[in-house]
Ligand binder design. Structure first.
Ligand code: ADP
Ligand code: SF4
Length: 693
């Protein structure tokens, strides 16, 4: 199908200094968890997006010098020859698809505490970055940069720029955002200097201007220079001569870079979860930039709707549509719009499992796109599978795992039957996405059902509660069981030792609430799962007018929500909804009127009045159907258990398991190759050094 003419503007080329992007789709720098230790994994991940039509493909943060060392968080570097080789694998792969390659040159300053290099963190005035999570904290405090340090910083950028050009990059970033070093110079809270780099806004932008000049001169104008700026705090600060300090900064720098990449200051706002923040949320902060500069401007906002993208361009907010999460969820988003297939876009659901990967220090994972990070290691392509299969498969269970398995098996060419006992497909998503804020997550089912319904070799059977005898009788060549998991009423003891299930009146699990049980208030929600379910149920119950208390074993509500940028917003939502919360406590007993609690470290006991208790703790997988088939099943070539029934987890885990199962049905173990990547080593690293005595 040809693309709709109203989307033509998205495919116009855009000049960025000496380079031209072939369209307006710009994969902005984002963390991938892939360091220089995994050059082929990284190259394949980024190149897949270039293949999918993104006009510019960027790296994540790429350190210019060992004094910017974020370990153990995964970051890239451009410190030496080996690093050049590691990046060249990616730039070549990206260029092969006609996209430009951009590198986010990065110095973290006081926000990178150099755990491995052990160099003193650098800062304008010795003010530490305010870490709010133990994973980011450090006992190292930054040194105040003197004039020599500033000259070094500029030289490191120059040297990294030369290496970047040699590695094949077309666009070189200067990064003044998200708490990192040049950003700290811009903000008076961090910058108390009295020299030419502190005081007035004009002085505070000086370093950024000098870095831009240095990077440009290092490559003698052959590469484009981009400036990435966080504008949230600056925009909130009044100015004597402009609408805000952000306006002043842009005015001073308006002709300096070839491109402005504008964003928010904090991960929670920049990469906000859909549960609390809608698509396009950056606009009120960044909307003014194009009124002050003639240079092209790129920005993000979890854009998945092509109409919204066109509107951003037409209304003069952005020239280039930045994508981080939408490009992970669907690397082929631009191609699908270009080919009039926008209904096939696998829209990002805003769950932020991707950002949790970076916090975990591993390659990116995505709920919607199970192939993210697996392009090289497992050879998984987001749009293609080898259509080499013949025969039939029965998939039992139409939740995220079953839907993904059926889709991938269908693409492989199998005759697929998907049986689901409920009236509707979607499994856990059907109810979970009715919890406050989680509506967008149903895209996981919508996308897959939309595709499955178009496939002539796939049949969907709702209201089909299959027994082992039914499955045998059905007579498929292969059987995939994806029947999900159940929540248990098991309690949690101190020291995280599981305790027995609680036998008391009005004790419920999330499955009971999903089944529509009537809850009497006041109600307590005891959460030791610590992902979204406990806090979302608390919000759900409070929204129904019940007095709700949330209790967790952890130090904060939805403790794992730190990983997905949800945690601060959960606390804000609790405050707004009047949900009381108690931390570092376990439930020790309940008699239907009083709930017994104990502090997890001291064992100190307390009681609170409660009529009902919801336990959000453990889930058990397993499946009677699978067990029966395994015990007595004959007549099919393979039987697999997948998704939450195999091992309960986040939706992302269920989708990944379903995908893997489907890729591997009918293959012998020897046919499934999983590659291991290796870093490019510099020759001089290989020479043994004599230890100094
Ligand atoms: P997952 O996240 O692994 O996909 P879900 O719990 O979301 O797990 O989905 C499992 C689905 O399997 C549910 O929709 C459930 O109704 C369905 N199911 C469970 N047992 C059977 C069965 N015997 N026959 C058909 N469908 C089943
Ligand atoms: Fe979007 Fe979630 Fe995938 Fe991240 S993990 S790209 S938020 S769908």
């Amino acid at each position: 199908m040809p693309r709709a003419p109203r989307f033509d503007t998205l495919f116009e080329p855009v000049r960025i200094g000496p380079k031209t992007a072939k369209n307006r789709f710009f994969q902005v720098p984002h963390a991938s968890g892939m360091t220089n230790a995994n050059p082929h994994v990284r190259a394949a991940f980024r190149a897949t997006k270039a293949e999918g039509g993104w006009g510019v493909i960027s790296t994540g943060a790429c350190s210019v010098h060992p004094s910017s060392d974020d370990s153990p968080f995964p970051f890239a570097s451009l410190w030496d020859e080996a690093d050049i080789r590691a990046h060249a694998v990616m730039t070549e792969a990206v260029h092969a698809h006609g996209a430009l390659a951009a590198v986010e040159l990065w110095h973290g300053g006081a926000a990178a505490v150099n755990r491995t290099s052990r160099l003193a963190p650098l800062s304008p005035s010795g003010v530490p970055w305010m870490a709010t999570h133990v994973g980011f904290m450090s006992a190292a405090r930054p040194k105040v940069m003197d004039a020599g340090d500033i000259r070094d910083l500029i030289r490191w950028h120059e040297e990294a720029a030369v290496r970047a050009e040699r590695a094949g990059f077309d666009i070189l970033y200067v990064y003044a955002g998200m708490g990192y070093l040049p950003y700290q110079f811009l903000l008076s809270d961090y910058n108390h200097r009295t020299d030419a780099y502190g005081g007035s806004v004009e002085n505070r932008v000086r370093l950024v201007a000098e870095l831009i000049d240095a990077v440009r001169e290092a490559t003698q104008g052959r590469t484009a220079v981009a400036l990435r700026l966080s504008l949230q705090e600056l925009r909130a600060r009044p100015s004597q001569i402009a609408a805000s300090e952000a306006h002043e900064v842009i005015s001073f720098l308006k002709d300096a870079p070839d491109l402005f990449d504008i964003k928010m200051d904090y991960s929670t706002a920049d990469c906000a979860p859909s549960r609390y923040v809608a698509e396009g949320s950056h606009e009120p902060v960044v909307d003014f930039v194009k009124t002050l500069t003639g240079k092209p401007v790129v920005g993000v906002g979890r854009f998945t709707s092509p109409d919204t993208m066109v509107s951003m361009v037409k209304r003069g907010v952005l020239d280039l549509i930045g994508g981080a999460r939408p490009s992970i969820a669907d690397p082929f988003l631009p191609k699908k719009i270009e080919e009039g297939r926008e209904d096939e876009i696998r829209e990002c659901i805003g769950c932020n499992i991707c950002i949790s990967s970076w916090h975990d220090g591993v390659w990116v994972r995505c709920t919607q796109n199970p192939t993210a990070g697996e392009e090289w290691r497992r050879g998984w392509h987001p749009e293609r599978v080898r259509p080499d299969a013949a025969g039939s498969v029965l998939v039992v269970g139409g939740g995220p795992a079953g839907l993904e398995a059926a889709l991938t098996l269908g693409r492989r060419g199998y005759q697929v039957s998907l049986a689901e006992k409920a009236r509707d497909f979607g499994g856990r998503l059907l109810w979970e996405t009715r919890l406050p804020g989680l509506r967008e997550w149903f895209r996981v089912a919508d996308y897959r059902l939309g595709q499955l319904r178009k496939m002539p070799n796939v049949s969907l059977f709702a209201e089909s509660d299959l027994t082992a005898a039914d499955v045998q009788e059905f007579g498929a060549d292969h059987v995939v069981v994806a029947t999900g998991a159940r929540w248990t009423a098991t309690l949690c003891g101190a020291n995280e030792i599981p305790a027995a299930p609680l036998d008391a009146p009005r004790v419920y699990t999330p499955d009971d609430i999903a089944a529509g049980v009537k809850i009497e208030g006041p109600v307590a929600v005891f959460d030791f799962d610590n992902y979204y379910m406990g806090s979302a149920i608390a919000e759900h119950l409070a929204a129904r007018g019940l007095t709700t208390t949330y209790i967790t074993t952890a130090g904060a509500a939805q403790a794992w929500g730190f990983m997905t940028n949800e945690q601060p917003l959960v606390h804000q939502a609790f405050l707004k909804a009047g949900i009381g919360y108690r931390t570092l406590e376990i439930v020790t007993g309940f008699d239907g009127a009083m709930l017994g609690l104990a502090q997890i470290f001291t064992g100190e006991r307390r009681g609170i009045a409660s009529r009902s208790l919801v336990i959000v703790g453990q889930r058990t997988g397993g499946s009677a159907l699978y067990d029966a088939l395994r015990a007595e099943g004959t007549g099919f070539r393979s039987l697999a258990l997948t998704g939450d029934a195999n091992a309960p987890g986040a939706i992302a885990h269920a989708v990944w398991q379903g995908h893997r199962t489907a890729r591997e049905v009918g293959l012998a173990e020897a046919e499934i190759a999983v590659l291991r990547d290796a870093p490019s080593a510099a020759r001089d690293f290989l020479e043994p050094r004599e230890a100094a005595q």
